[in-house]
Design a protein around this ligand. Structure first.
Ligand code: GDP
Length: 710
């Protein structure tokens, strides 16, 4: 039953904004024969771009999976194309996509080359061990330079780019490629003058004086390619050293595949998606060189009871079922829940087990998305991707599995927001609508939060960056037609303690009849590395605190942590070891212990040297040499620390860590400083204690705001 898993490709296209990700994806869909009209991303008909906001900004925010077929070397493959967001403010989505795809096509612009955002997405994909093919797009543009992109890949990404094609012609005269594996040349020509789309034709490799450079490039390129893979196989090496001219394409393919899968090389191809040149060959390369779901051999998941333990699961339709919910999105068809099946088979109407909620879930009908069309399928096979509809209880990151064979697939950590803004609607009557909309965003995007500030009564939205919030709210505004006003962006500070203390707290109230009594002794310390939230351990012996009151102590601390001792910011991690205590047979109840924990939290925190923590950002700046001094001077003024400063052929790269608090409006400032010639990319790095004098200022300001409100 089922399909051959070796013929599935879960592939993502990753790129810097504007490099041509959407156009490349569109061309793939078109060529596969499923779409019959080529959409242009800039005129807003692109099939992969579901949301208006994306079209307007030209940023692909939402990752959707699209399924289509592609035949290569007489085998038909199923592609599940996973669209990855290009902006680092959507890093959570990038990570989630990287988790579910097996291989990726990195699209670079032949003019812009390796831009900082491509670099950052590349780094993330390396962390997930994703094998990649590079596609140098826009070869038709003025200033296109295949070789300089190769150089940049080497320098900026630290990889071994290995061209498997050489472009024929360049800029406006770019018209085809020479394949270094088959040593065949292809040209794209308009055969039918009435058609808008050119056909791929095999042509003799161009020769003659005009092509002297091409000949040399082919010779050198072929040499480099063979050299890069020769190490992988002794017989091949032998042949390469003695008689390289007899090497056939069929001998090269498996070794290029092996080298790509082990990430020893990155095959590089080129083309112009807009002019329909090269995309067929790129799709062939995806089938030939990128992994199928079974190439990983097995899945490594977490044990259901102990996340530290690794659970190995066979990738097979006969193994117990497991799947990961990687995306929940609003589409023209309503809410769609995308999941990838890692093992076993999911059939229509199946009941599966949700590991997060520890409950059974009926999955209903199964769909696959084919270029904006929803097609019902009967089963979703190991390694495949499908969409569910109308299953309310699922959240992004959920693991679904066979109840008798539980495991946890998701190690996806959703970072805490670093930036927040107040949000208001002009009409009071729209508040309910606003809250409904915000709740829907939060369900789809776990890095987006909203809550009501208890001191100011304002609704606050929080997320990963200014753009992240603006885009999300833009979508909401569009959908609900609300008039929304956003406040100034503010840094999300946190509080933390820095030392351990032992503390005893007694809570006693005698009012009229029955009183309240609780007594706890505990150790408070910073949580273990990597632990978020309250790490609570109960060491109480002999029922000194009865069992039924222990959860109340835990709850009390959990609630208290939302209101830090310094200025009321969240304390996002803390360890409490409850050691001992006592109770009163009449006066003690759950409420007494909860209140006691809250009181104890305040008392103990003061002794445990609390500090204010601020988000620190990793900033990557590319600037012409002339401005390096000014840019670094400015970063120093912003309390930034330079981590790295590298001189490259055309520009200078500066990597630094800066407090987010000093980075609002930086894009404009940098533009002014460098006459628009530098650009930067910023992503969240870590939280760090704020210097004492600045912490004092923030605390005073916050407390002033509180007292004004009162
Ligand atoms: P994305 O932001 O990476 O999805 O990029 P798009 O696919 O939206 O492309 C950005 C712009 O570049 C659009 O105006 C495209 O028409 C244009 N474009 C895409 N591919 C090519 C190409 O091969 N050559 C040229 N000249 N323009 C291209």
């Amino acid at each position: 039953m089922g399909r051959d898993l070796a013929l599935t490709r879960n592939v993502g296209v990753m790129a810097h904004i504007d490099a041509g990700k959407t156009t490349v994806s569109e061309r793939m869909l078109f060529l596969s024969g499923k779409t019959h009209k080529i959409g242009e991303s800039h005129d807003g008909t692109a099939t992969m771009d579901y949301l208006t906001a994306e079209k307007e900004r030209g940023i692909t925010i939402t990752s959707a999976a699209t399924t289509f077929a592609w035949a290569c070397q007489s085998k038909t493959y199923q592609f599940n194309l996973i669209d990855t967001p290009g902006h680092v403010d959507f890093a959570v989505e990038v990570e989630r996509c990287l988790r579910v795809l097996d291989g990726a096509v990195a699209v670079f612009c032949a003019v812009g080359g390796v831009q900082p955002q491509s670099e950052s997405v590349w780094r993330q994909s390396e962390r997930y061990g994703v094998p990649k093919i590079a596609f140098v797009n826009k070869m038709d543009r003025d200033g296109a330079n295949f070789h300089s992109v190769l150089e940049q890949m080497k320098k900026r990404l630290g990889v071994t780019p290995c061209p498997i094609q050489i472009p024929i012609g360049h800029e406006a005269s770019f018209r085809g490629v020479v394949d270094l594996i088959t040593l065949k040349a292809y040209e794209w020509v308009l055969k039918d003058p009435k058609s808008k789309y050119p056909d791929m034709l095999e042509i003799p490799i161009p020769t003659g004086e005009e092509y002297a450079d091409l000949e040399k490039e082919i010779r050198e390129g072929r040499e480099q390619l063979l050299e890069a893979i020769a190490d992988l196989d002794e017989t091949f090496m032998e042949k390469y050293l003695t008689d390289p001219s007899t090497i056939t394409a069929d001998e090269i393919y498996p070794l290029v595949r092996k080298a790509t899968l082990s990430r020893a090389i990155v095959p590089v191809m080129c083309g112009s998606a807009k002019r329909d040149i090269g995309v067929e060959r790129l799709m062939d390369a995806v089938t030939l060189f990128l992994p199928s779901p079974i190439d990983k051999g097995h899945i490594e998941a977490m044990n259901a009871d102990d996340a530290e333990k690794v659970e190995i699961r066979e990738i097979s339709p006969d193994a117990p079922f497991s799947a990961l919910v990687f995306k929940i999105m609003q589409s023209d068809f309503g809410q769609l829940i995308f999941l990838r099946v890692y093992s076993g088979v999911l059939s229509t109407g199946a009941t599966v087990y949700n590991m997060r909620s520890k409950s059974k879930v009926r999955t209903g009908r199964l769909y696959q998305m084919n270029a904006g069309k929803k097609e019902e399928i009967q089963e979703c096979y190991t390694g495949d991707i499908c969409a569910l509809q109308g299953v309310k209880e699922l959240k992004t990151g959920d693991t679904l599995c066979d109840e008798k064979h539980p495991l946890l697939l998701s190690a996806i950590n959703f970072p805490e927001p670093v930036i927040k803004m107040s949000i208001e609607v002009q009409r009071q009557s729209d508040i309910a609508e606003l809250e409904k909309g915000l709740l829907a965003i939060m369900e789809e995007d776990p890095s987006f939060r909203f809550y009501t500030d208890q001191e100011t009564d304002q609704i606050i939205i929080a997320g990963m960056g200014e753009l992240h919030l603006e885009v999300r709210i833009g979508e909401l505004q569009e959908k609900k037609k609300l008039e929304i006003k956003l406040g100034e962006p503010q840094v999300s500070y946190r509080e933390a303690i820095t030392t351990s203390v032992e503390h005893r707290s007694v809570y006693k109230k005698q009012t009229g009849g029955r009183g309240k009594f609780a007594d706890i002794i505990f150790e408070m310390s910073p949580a273990d590395v990597g632990v978020e939230g309250l790490q609570f351990e109960d060491e109480v012996k002999g029922g000194n605190i009865p069992k039924e009151f222990i959860p109340s102590v835990q709850k009390g601390f959990e609630i208290a942590m939302k209101n830090g001792p310094l200025a009321g910011y969240d304390m996002t991690s803390l360890k409490i070891v409850l050691k001992d205590g006592s109770y009163h047979p009449v006066d003690s109840d759950q409420m007494s212990f909860e209140l006691c924990a809250k009181q104890a939290f305040r008392e103990a925190c003061v002794k445990a040297n609390p500090v204010l923590m601020e988000p620190m950002m990793l900033l990557n700046i590319t600037t012409p040499e002339d401005y390096v001094g000014d840019v670094i001077g400015d970063i120093n003024k912003r309390r930034g620390l330079i981590r790295d400063s590298v001189e490259e052929a055309s520009a200078h790269q500066i990597v630094c860590v800066v407090p987010l608090a000093n980075m609002f409006g930086y894009v404009t400032a940098l533009r002014t400083l460098t006459q628009g010639r530098a650009y930067s990319v910023m992503e969240f790095d870590h939280f760090e204690a704020l210097p004492e004098n600045l912490a004092k200022e923030v605390i005073e300001k916050k407390n002033l705001a509180k007292s004004v409100k009162k």
